[in-house]
Ligand binder design. Sequence first.
Ligand SMILES: NC(=O)c1ccc[n+]([C@@H]2O[C@H](COP(=O)([O-])OP(=O)(O)OC[C@H]3O[C@@H](n4cnc5c(N)ncnc54)[C@H](OP(=O)(O)O)[C@@H]3O)[C@@H](O)[C@H]2O)c1
Length: 285
Amino acid sequence: MQTVKLNNGIEMPQLGFGVFQVTDLEQCKQAVLDAINTGYRLIDTAAAYQNETAVGEAIKESGVDRKDLFITSKLWVSDFTYDRAKKGIETSLKNLGVDYIDMYLLHQPYGDTIGAWKALEEAYKAGKIRAIGVSNFYADQLKNLELTTEIKPVVNQIEVNPWYQQNSEVDFAQREDITVEAWAPFAEGKHDIFTNEAIAQIAQKYGKSNGQVILRWLLQRGIVVIPKSVHVNRIKKNIDVFDFELTADEMKTMANLDKGESQFFDHRDPVTIEQIFGSSLAKLK
Ligand SMILES: NC(=O)c1ccc[n+]([C@@H]2O[C@H](COP(=O)([O-])OP(=O)(O)OC[C@H]3O[C@@H](n4cnc5c(N)ncnc54)[C@H](OP(=O)(O)O)[C@@H]3O)[C@@H](O)[C@H]2O)c1
């Protein structure tokens, strides 16, 4: 598997498997097993997905050496204080049934991110986490965190797909030596992404599918991708993207598809912040 080197020197697979919205734990375990058996080594979960235990069971049952896997999880905003974050990290370790987590992210840029980050830094120094990063941070929030804390995030996991390409955010993070990881690389299928004509024309040339072209385009931008599927045929297709290369013109065609707005929600919209963070406030008091 092709890897990228993170700013703390560790290698991370550039293509992995996401399990957002796979809430049926048996289905989650089976999907992760299928993914690992197919050759995926990076698995992306989160405390908020409520399936860390299923991911942990799949890791064990797979028989693959722990050191050959790269497990990512994320701390939810309801644990964004220093004390709660320390407990949250322990809960993720326990749920996953592992001695260490490869990468642990602050899931959202809200609340006491600095306090929570300090707990991640401590766990990193204690060897419980091999790399620490963030998700859904914008450039200013990333810079603020960098300047306020000791350890720079290795990754910013953000929405990047053909409809929402986030060029300035991607460029900023990459300039700062922070790896960009794309969530919803397929925009969860929105706007007929799997049949879009412009993408299909490129796909046809290589005997590939739209999904494969999208993943290839992201990989060629130096971005880590974590497509999700619970179907083994799609799981296999989504990793079969290392035997062709898009030309500069094809990269331009893909760049022209940008609609310039999130396909889900604007993380800066006060209504979104209220929805994502407001409901956690009671826990934090
Ligand atoms: N940090 C964050 O805030 C955040 C937010 C969202 C997601 N994520 C992470 O990013 C991962 C990926 O994002 P996502 O799950 O939201 O969306 P996604 O990967 O863009 O799309 C997943 C959807 O596409 C379908 N699909 C997958 N491969 C396909 C193929 N080859 N052909 C046709 N359909 C296909 C899947 O259906 P089936 O499953 O039925 O095959 C599923 O409905 C998540 O699982 C999660 O780990 C992180």
